[in-house]
Design a protein around this ligand. Structure first.
Ligand SMILES: CC(C)(COP(=O)(O)OP(=O)(O)OC[C@H]1O[C@@H](n2cnc3c(N)ncnc32)[C@H](O)[C@@H]1OP(=O)(O)O)[C@@H](O)C(=O)NCCC(=O)NCCS
Length: 160
């Protein structure tokens, strides 16, 4: 696989799995009906450093971003988002991308990474924990999960 920074013409290859993941209403606190234009603005907003993963055949199978989670004197605390094409999940792309981003964020001068809203039923919680993230707290019944109903949102943290 190849992990690299995204170029503008990568977006059409990110959008199909972005839409599939967000429209499922199980992992992201974004409108499941988000338009492509709004999705692009969310994922590639100014200040976000966006990455993609290509498989050995050159297909874009995952994307992630890193951005300051706060401003001013707290701007060295990062936030990140990750998406792997559901057709390619469970093949190690997510873990490799996360490890790459954690190292890149540290190299960029971030001192820690925070996830603001990890759906507590998301299997990704296990991935984040295995990478050293801890759950700082949980906002109870915050997320109307498409299958599980009201579930909590974890705030997760890792020092870099
Ligand atoms: C979460 C996500 C990024 C993980 O990427 P992935 O490529 O599927 O994960 P990997 O194959 O690298 O697996 C990483 C670990 O997480 C576990 N895992 C990931 N997704 C899982 C799932 N759906 N069910 C069970 N375990 C899962 C695996 O057991 C694996 O553990 P291991 O490395 O010890 O074997 C990906 O599934 C995804 O994009 N999900 C939808 C969007 C999302 O939830 N993003 C994160 C929001 S907090």
């Amino acid at each position: 696989m190849l992990i690299r920074e995204a170029a503008a013409d990568d977006w059409p290859r990110i959008w199909p799995f972005w839409q599939r993941i967000v429209s499922a209403g199980e992992t992201y606190a974004w409108d499941p009906h988000t338009s492509e234009e709004d999705a692009r603005a969310l994922w590639t907003a100014p200040g976000k450093r966006v990455y993609v993963v290509e498989d050995d055949a050159g297909a874009v199978v995952a994307s992630a971003y890193v951005t300051p989670n706060y401003g001013g004197p707290a701007a060295r605390i990062a936030n990140a988002g990750f998406m792997v094409d559901p057709d390619r999940s469970g093949q190690g792309f997510g873990r490799a991308l996360a490890e790459h981003l954690l190292a890149a964020a540290k190299a960029d001068g971030y001192r820690a990474m925070v996830f603001n809203a990890v759906v507590e039923t998301n299997p990704a919680v296990g991935l984040w924990t295995s990478l050293g993230f801890t759950i700082l707290g949980t906002v109870p019944d915050a997320y109307e999960h498409a299958r599980h109903g009201l579930v909590g949102l974890h705030i997760m943290y890792k020092a870099l």
